[in-house]
Design a protein around this ligand. Structure first.
Ligand SMILES: CC(C)(COP(=O)(O)OP(=O)(O)OC[C@H]1O[C@@H](n2cnc3c(N)ncnc32)[C@H](O)[C@@H]1OP(=O)(O)O)[C@@H](O)C(=O)NCCC(=O)NCCS
Length: 196
């Protein structure tokens, strides 16, 4: 039986450098230019030292393993207060993202994301998934992992503003999926007044 498991730390195994370099060739991840192995190692070391990636503090450079084979990575983080409106988060709970996520092409379509989400949400139950426009594999993976479509976000042509509506000068930016909020948590927080 194969086991998918995660390691949540900032350790950089040698294979991660190769996997990260490959991911920078992936158009869906939007890297400006692909990184060779040397550049990829430098970047990873920088991220490990600062624990910052794309301006946000990360929980880990999360390694995704299939048995003892490194098959992908993600860069999880907590959702910042400034982002809650865009993600339509109105409760008082902490929410998280897996962040940039990548599975090696030869391991795709095996439902690995479903297990990643299952394991990650044991400790971080409230998860948002941002799916860039037209990334069908990513949207499918989110749904298979039990996440529910929340809303679309549109950008203005100059990228300076965004909207929940497809107004004239906007183009489709991304979709947001979320784990359903656990009813039990809601009930505990919003204790009915007649029980007080
Ligand atoms: C998106 C991604 C993380 C999904 O990971 P995954 O472990 O393959 O997810 P799943 O196994 O649940 O497969 C999801 C869908 O991917 C598609 N898929 C299947 N095999 C595939 C392959 N070899 N290559 C590309 N997509 C494939 C299928 O539509 C699949 O759904 P289906 O099984 O119902 O047909 C992975 O495709 C990936 O790393 N893509 C490049 C980076 C990226 O887009 N990251 C997400 C940014 S928002």
């Amino acid at each position: 039986m194969t086991i998918i498991h995660l390691t949540m730390d900032f350790i950089i195994p040698k294979k991660l450098i190769e996997v990260y370099s490959k991911s920078t060739h992936e158009r869906a991840l939007g890297y400006d230019e692909p990184l060779n192995l040397e550049m990829a190692e430098k970047k990873l070391n920088q991220y490990a030292q600062t624990q910052m990636y794309a301006g946000f503090k990360r929980l880990a450079i999360c390694k995704i393993w299939k048995d003892d084979e490194l098959v992908g990575y993600c860069l999880p983080r907590k959702i910042a207060d400034s982002e809650r409106r865009g993600f339509l988060i109105e409760d008082g709970l902490d929410w998280y993202r897996l962040g940039t996520i990548f599975i090696l092409p030869e391991y795709r379509g095996q439902g690995i994301i479903e297990t990643v989400v299952k394991q990650f949400t044991i400790k971080y139950p409230n998860l948002v998934w941002k799916n860039c426009a037209l990334n069908i594999a990513s949207a499918t993976a989110a749904k298979k992992a039990g996440m529910v479509f929340s809303h679309n976000v549109y950008h203005s042509a100059d990228n300076k503003s965004w909207s929940f509506e497809n107004v004239d000068d906007c183009y489709f930016g991304y979709q947001v999926f979320k784990t359903p909020v656990k009813q039990g948590v809601d009930i505990l927080i919003n204790k009915p007044t007649h029980l007080l």
